[in-house]
Every structure is written in C-alpha cells, then in structure tokens.
Design a protein around this ligand. Structure first.
Ligand code: NAD
Length: 339
C-alpha cells in the first residue's frame, strides 16, 4: 500500500467545529506539515477554537471565502499547497430550511471553486502528478436520506436521496468532487460521516444545547416525538479517519464513517440529562426540563452508515467510547457555559 504524505495542506473551514479539531490533530503529529486555514469566520467559526495550537509556527490563518476563486488560486500557488481537506460549509439543517441559497452558494459553488482551482494550479500550471497531491472532501451521511428503523446501514454504493436543502447541497458537492476525479483525474477522496460530537461544536447543535440548558436550568427543546435516530461519533475519531484516508485511501473512493452508536433523540436526551445530574446535582432532575416542540419540516427519521469498508481497507475503527467522549464534551461545555 502506498502511503501519501501531505506537506503543504489547505484546510477550509478550520475555525468551525470539526475543522478546528482536525487542525489540532494534524499539528500535534510529528509529520512536518505546513497548514493554511481558510475560513470566512461566519457565525459558526471562531478563532478561539485555535488558541494554543501545537507547532503554531507551521500554521497560517487566512480569513476569506471559498467562493473567491482568485484568493483560492493565490493560496494554492503562494503556499505550494499539495493537499486540500475541505470542511467549509453551511452545516445547520434548520438554517438551510430558512435560507437555502446560502447553502447552495457555499456548499456547491464553493466546492466547485476549490476543485477548479486545484485542477488549474496543480495540473495546468504545475503539471503535478496525481500521486503528489490530494483533495479530500468531507461530507455527511445525510446525503443518503431518511432510513427506516430496520433498513441496512448505508455504504459507499448506496444511492443518494437527500431531503433537506443542506443535504441536497452536500450531495451536489459530493457529485462534483467525484466528477473531477472521473473527468480530470483529480486525486479526490470523499467521506460521508455520521453525527459528530465533542469540543468546539456550535451552541445551536443538539448535544451542546442539552448541556447548556441543564447548566442554565432552561427548557431543552426536543423536536416532535423525539424518535429520530442518529449515530454519534466522537470528533477525534472522525479526524483520525480522515487522516487514514489521506494517507492510504484509494483515490476516487468514498468512505462511510460512523460509530455504530445509534440513539434516538429521546433516549440520548434522557441519558445526557442523567449524566449531567450525576455530575451537577440540582433541585430536580434535568429530565424535567425536556420539552417536545414542533418538529422540523421533512425531519429525516434515521441515518446509519456501515464502517466495514474503512475498517477492512484502512484499519480504522472508532476508539473513543461514548461515555469517555461525552465526559470530555461535558467538561468542555461546563467551562464554556459557566465562565
Ligand atoms: P461548522 O458549521 O461548525 O463549521 C463550518 C466552518 O466553515 C465555519 O468555521 C465557517 O466560518 C466556515 N465557512 C462557512 N462558509 C464558508 C465560506 N464560504 N468560506 C470559508 N469558510 C466558510 O461545521 P462542522 O460541523 O465543523 O462541519 C464541517 C464539515 O463536516 C461540513 O462540510 C459538514 O457538512 C461536515 N460534517 C459535519 C458533521 C457534524 O456532525 N457536524 C457530520 C458529518 C459531516
């Protein structure tokens, strides 16, 4: 198996949740990777996620938009980028229902601009062999659409059936990424991951909301009956999976990444409230704060992905237990919400 070694990496969206964890993960390794983080700093990004980086001398931040073709091409040339790891996206389903065009612009057009810049600078200007560069596109299991309770987990060959503007825009970007592999031979890899949790996730997401509401004794909103099922992966495990794909993944391939850790929203909210109550006892159990609110339109019932391919081909499997991951996550948000 050939091992690919990135040298000059462009990370997009590195001030967001997963991108910030990934940058810390990459810089903590011994490999001498120079890393440029291109982030627009939307409401979802914050430079506070990137304080105290290991090997900060190898890190460079650029505030900018991935839809800015001139800027992206300049960065690829100026920093001699050989590897792009593309996280930048509008990522919140509820916001995609309110403002779908922003999602099309960043997720679809932004991805197209990055792919085109890579093709132009790597192939046309520098005649770089495909073995000496990589474009990893980070995507979601939501592109597969809604599953029934007994449906088998999705694999890299499952057909896409996105149902929200968010998942449709991610599906569009996935198709573009693989089209650049098939049409131009751009060395693209792609991953579809299940729900992540961990430090630096935005306050609006499910697990941070539950923790914050417990700490602040506020109602915890649960959509509809709370029966919707999600698979939860600790963010560090996702970062390790991406590193494994970059190093040894086969170009033109898609890898599904998950934790085999499915919970329905009710069960997860109860479990988390109980963990919080054990750590921070209060006058009444936090489960009394749970509040069923009007469901999200078109709310997908269940997502699940198989990890067989990434396990067999690349030897990756998640190594953080849900208990351990939640403990770290709760501690992170306790610090954030009680300071
Ligand atoms: P996030 O919303 O926390 O962060 C997104 C980052 O992208 C922010 O820092 C934001 O400022 C930046 N950004 C947005 N628009 C930009 C633009 N036009 N130009 C440059 N930067 C821009 O998202 P996340 O949860 O970290 O997700 C990262 C990626 O992983 C996304 O592509 C998402 O689809 C995918 N993903 C997320 C999850 C999850 O559970 N969070 C699961 C699977 C896949």
């Amino acid at each position: 198996m050939t091992i690919y070694q990135p040298r000059h990496m462009l990370v997009t969206g590195g001030a967001g949740f997963i991108g910030a964890n990934f940058i810390q993960h990459v810089l903590a390794q011994n490999a001498p990777i120079h890393l440029v983080n291109l982030d627009k700093l939307t409401y979802a990004g914050s430079l506070s996620h990137l304080e105290h980086l290991p090997h900060a001398e190898r890190y460079h931040f650029i505030q900018g938009d991935i839809t800015d073709a001139a800027l992206v091409q300049h960065l690829l040339r100026h920093h001699r980028i050989d590897t792009i790891v593309h996280f930048a996206a509008e990522s919140h389903v509820d916001r995609s229902i309110a403002s779908p065009l922003t999602f099309v612009e960043t997720n679809v057009v932004g991805t197209a601009v990055l792919l085109e810049a890579a093709r132009h600078v790597w192939f046309e200007e520098n005649a770089l062999p495909a073995a000496q560069c990589r474009f990893h596109h980070v995507s979601t299991d939501e592109v597969f659409g809604s599953l029934g309770l007994d449906s088998p987990a999705c694999t890299d060959t499952t057909a896409y059936q996105p149902r929200s503007p968010y998942s449709a825009s991610k599906a569009g970007s996935d198709h573009l990424a693989l089209a650049y592999y098939h049409t131009y031979g751009l060395p693209v890899t792609l991953s579809n991951c299940s729900n992540n949790y961990g430090p630096y996730q935005h306050d609006e997401k499910f697990i941070p909301t539950i923790i914050r509401c417990c700490l602040q004794a506020k109602r915890i909103p649960i959509y509809g009956q709370g029966n919707n099922c999600r698979d939860w992966l600790y963010v560090d495990d996702h970062c390790q999976a991406i590193t494994a794909i970059l190093r040894s993944g086969n170009i033109g391939q898609r890898y599904t990444i998950g934790a085999n850790n499915e919970w329905d929203n009710n069960a997860l909210a109860h479990y988390l409230c109980e963990q919080m109550y054990r750590l921070f006892p209060a006058a009444s159990p936090y489960t009394t704060l749970l509040d069923h609110v009007t469901d999200r339109p078109g709310h997908d019932f269940r997502y699940a992905v198989s990890t067989e391919k990434i396990q067999t081909e690349l030897g990756w499997s998640p190594c953080t237990s849900f208990e351990a991951g939640l403990r770290k996550t709760i501690e992170f948000y306790r610090m954030r919400y009680t300071q």
